[in-house]
Design a protein around this ligand. Structure first.
Ligand code: HSE
Length: 305
C-alpha cells in the first residue's frame, strides 16, 4: 500500500492588521501525518497524540476537508490518516488549518496531483469550518502555498503569494485555550469609517512593505485598531509582551490568528533572540506557563516525505 508522510506547518493568520486576509507560514512547529490510499470510499482517522480529537469524519477537520475533495472525485477510493499533532488545538497558530491543508495536499499527492493548489485551499476551508465555524483561508493559504499570502477574495478564491524579506518570528503561547469560534463571536459587527481607513491604510502599507522588502514600513504597518483592542483582553500580559518586544528591537507584532499566541517579527536572529528573552521575562514575572518558538518564515508550505 502506497504510504506518504506529510508535514503541515503552523501559520500566523491576520499578521496584525489583515484580519481574514493575510497570513504567513512558519518553519516550526509542524504537524505530521502518515497517509495511505484505501480501495473503498471511506475515511479512517487514527490519532497518535493525546488531544482526543473526534475521529468521525463529519466531526473532524481531516474528514471535512477530505469529504469536500471526495465529492468531486467520483472514484471508489478513500484515505487512512495517522495524525501526530505538534500544533496544539486552540493555540492561535493554525492547528486546524494544518490538519485541513496537510490532509488535502497529502491526498492530492496520493492521487498524482489531480487538483490545483487553489482547489486544495477550497477543500481545506471545509475542514477549517468544522473547527472555527467560518471558512476563512488566511491560515490555509499560507499553509499550502508557503510564505506570505494575501486572500483578496474568499468567494471566488483569489490568493496572491507575496514576496517578502528574510524574517525571524518569535511566537509565545500561553498555556490557555482560546476557541477561534469564541474569539470571532466577541468582535464588533460594525466599525467606524475612520477606523476602517486606518486599517486598510495599514494593510496596504504591510503588503507594500513585504513586496519592497522595506522593514521600516513593515514595522509601521503592524498596527490593528479593529481586532486587537477587543481580543487582547483574552491574553495575559498582552500590552507588556508587545511593549517589551518592541523595546528589544522587534519590528512589531501582535495576536497570532485568534490567539492566545502572540508573535513578533524581527529582521535578524540576534534581535529575535532578544525578543524571545523579553517575552519569556514577561510570563516568568507574572507566572504564566508558556511555550515559545523562535523560527523563520516557511517558503514551501505543506511538504511530502
Ligand atoms: N482570521 C482568523 C481570525 C484566523 O482571526 O479569527 C483564526 O486563526
Amino acid at each position: 500500500m502506497k504510504q506518504i508522510i506529510v508535514h503541515a506547518p503552523a501559520t500566523v493568520a491576520n499578521i496584525v492588521c489583515g484580519f481574514d486576509v493575510l497570513g504567513l507560514a512558519l518553519n516550526e512547529p509542524y504537524d505530521k501525518l502518515v497517509m495511505r490510499l484505501l480501495p473503498e470510499k471511506t475515511i479512517r482517522i487514527i490519532n497518535k497524540d493525546n488531544f482526543m480529537l473526534p475521529v468521525e469524519p463529519e466531526k473532524n477537520v481531516f474528514g471535512g476537508a477530505l469529504l469536500a475533495m471526495m465529492r468531486e472525485l467520483g472514484d471508489n477510493i478513500g484515505f487512512e490518516i495517522e495524525s501526530t499533532k505538534n500544533i496544539m488545538p486552540g493555540s492561535g497558530i493554525g492547528s486546524s488549518a494544518a490538519s485541513a491543508a496537510g490532509v488535502v495536499v497529502g491526498a492530492n499527492h496520493l492521487l498524482n496531483s489531480r487538483f490545483s493548489k487553489l482547489d486544495l485551499v477550497r477543500f481545506a476551508t471545509y475542514g477549517e469550518e468544522i473547527a472555527s465555524g467560518a471558512r476563512h483561508a488566511d491560515n490555509i493559504a499560507p499553509c499550502i502555498y508557503g510564505g506570505v499570502t494575501l486572500i483578496r477574495s474568499n468567494d471566488p478564491l483569489d490568493i496572491i503569494p507575496l514576496n517578502f524579506p528574510p524574517l525571524f518570528v518569535t511566537v509565545i503561547h500561553p498555556q490557555i485555550e482560546v476557541k477561534t469560534s469564541d474569539a470571532r463571536q466577541i468582535l464588533k459587527k460594525q466599525i467606524l469609517l475612520k477606523d476602517a481607513i486606518t486599517q486598510w491604510a495599514n494593510v496596504a502599507g504591510l503588503v507594500t512593505g513585504f513586496i519592497k522588502e522595506d522593514y521600516d514600513l513593515i514595522g509601521r504597518s503592524l498596527h490593528d485598531v479593529l481586532i486587537e483592542p477587543v481580543r487582547s483582553m483574552l491574553i495575559p500580559g498582552f500590552a507588556e509582551l508587545k511593549k517589551n518586544s518592541i523595546e528589544a528591537g522587534a519590528l512589531g507584532g501582535g495576536i497570532s490568528g485568534a490567539g492566545p499566541s502572540v508573535f513578533m517579527l524581527s529582521k535578524d536572529e540576534a534581535t529575535a533572540k532578544k525578543v524571545e528573552q523579553a517575552m519569556r521575562s514577561v510570563y516568568e514575572k507574572i507566572g504564566v506557563d508558556f511555550h515559545i518558538h523562535l523560527t523563520t518564515v516557511n517558503n514551501q508550505g505543506v511538504s511530502i516525505h
